[in-house]
Design a protein around this ligand. Structure first.
Ligand SMILES: NC(=O)c1ccc[n+]([C@@H]2O[C@H](COP(=O)([O-])OP(=O)(O)OC[C@H]3O[C@@H](n4cnc5c(N)ncnc54)[C@H](O)[C@@H]3O)[C@@H](O)[C@H]2O)c1
Length: 277
């Protein structure tokens, strides 16, 4: 997908952090952007930012864990700005910083419901619209560098497992949709400045139990030193380049390359071991 101008994009989790950064960039590229978020006020603010910069945007309240909410959002977007050509399935949460033993079943359920099933449901809701625009149609899912390597220096087991699942799902999706002319990329960022550790608890359903407020006093302190965090606004241009080139993996932090090299070197060594080497 090369020609973005005038086409319709939807960004879930568009009200904050990486989603906001992507939405602003798409707006500046001349796309009509649906900023979709469970926090309607944040979506309103980002849509207003895009419009005040001369772009075209609407705000949509949506819960990506709900098929019904997604169906309503898809219908509203189609009616107000047209059929979606670019889907950024980006909404995600971090439910726990702590050892696997400290993770509750509710932590797992909440994490997987948003980070894995939320993406699956989002793609399901927008695929019919994307098909009508193929071959000018593209999906970007947001996983994480933690979907490629687990050595991210933070005890976030459920989050890592959810992001590995997102990468696997996105690989399969790319293969299956290629014949239909729909491109698929998976964004795997390193640390990006956002509200993830501060607000992930805000919309956790009661059924999953209460969440320790990660960034709040008394909660587990956030691990990444702010100096290494990339500004969220810098992610959007990287994503757009990848969409235009139909690249699969969208990576953000070149200095993390050795982590991936170590993982694959270890994997190859296991093949050598299995072969008796
Ligand atoms: N910040 C990082 O360092 C980093 C690194 C790698 C990957 N990611 C991933 O990037 C994505 C965006 O996160 P972020 O860091 O910008 O965090 P963020 O908290 O700033 O933004 C996430 C947005 O998703 C929304 N959201 C949460 N649950 C939702 C739901 N059920 N339905 C609709 N919207 C919902 C939130 O309201 C919020 O606006 C996530 O998938 C996250 O896992 C973040």
């Amino acid at each position: 997908m090369n020609d973005l101008k005038g086409r319709v994009a939807v960004v879930t989790g568009g009200g904050s952090g990486i989603g906001r950064g992507i939405a602003l960039t798409l707006g500046a590229e001349g796309m009509k952007v649906a900023v979709a978020d469970i926090e309607r006020t944040s979506a309103d603010a980002v849509a207003a930012e895009i419009e005040s910069a001369g772009g075209r945007a609407i705000a949509i309240g949506v819960d990506v864990t709900s098929v019904g909410s997604l169906a309503e959002a898809a219908g509203e977007i189609a009616t107000r700005i047209g059929a979606v050509s670019l889907l950024c399935a980006n909404a995600g949460v971090l439910a726990r910083i702590g050892s696997l033993e400290e993770h509750t079943v509710g932590d797992w359920e909440y994490t997987l419901s948003v980070n894995v099933l939320g993406i699956v449901k989002t793609v399901g809701a927008f695929l019919p619209a994307l098909r009508t625009n193929a071959p000018d149609a593209h999906i970007v899912t947001t996983a994480s560098l933690g979907g490629l390597v687990s050595d991210v220096r933070a005890p976030i087991g459920a989050y890592i497992a959810s992001k590995y699942a997102c990468v696997g799902y996105s690989e399969m999706l790319r293969t299956e949709l290629a014949a239909q002319g729909i491109g698929v990329s998976v964004l795997c960022p390193g640390v990006v400045a956002s509200n993830l550790i501060y607000t992930s608890a805000d919309n956790r359903p009661d059924a999953f139990g209460e969440q320790v407020r990660l960034g709040a006093p008394g909660g587990t302190p956030p691990p990444p030193p702010p100096a290494v965090a990339m500004p969220a606004e810098d992610v959007g241009p990287i994503v757009i380049r990848a969409i235009r080139a139909n690249r699969f993996l969208v990576l953000t932090h070149p200095r993390t390359k050795p982590l991936v090299e170590d993982r694959f070197r270890a994997m190859l060594a296991d093949f050598d071991f299995a072969a008796g080497g």
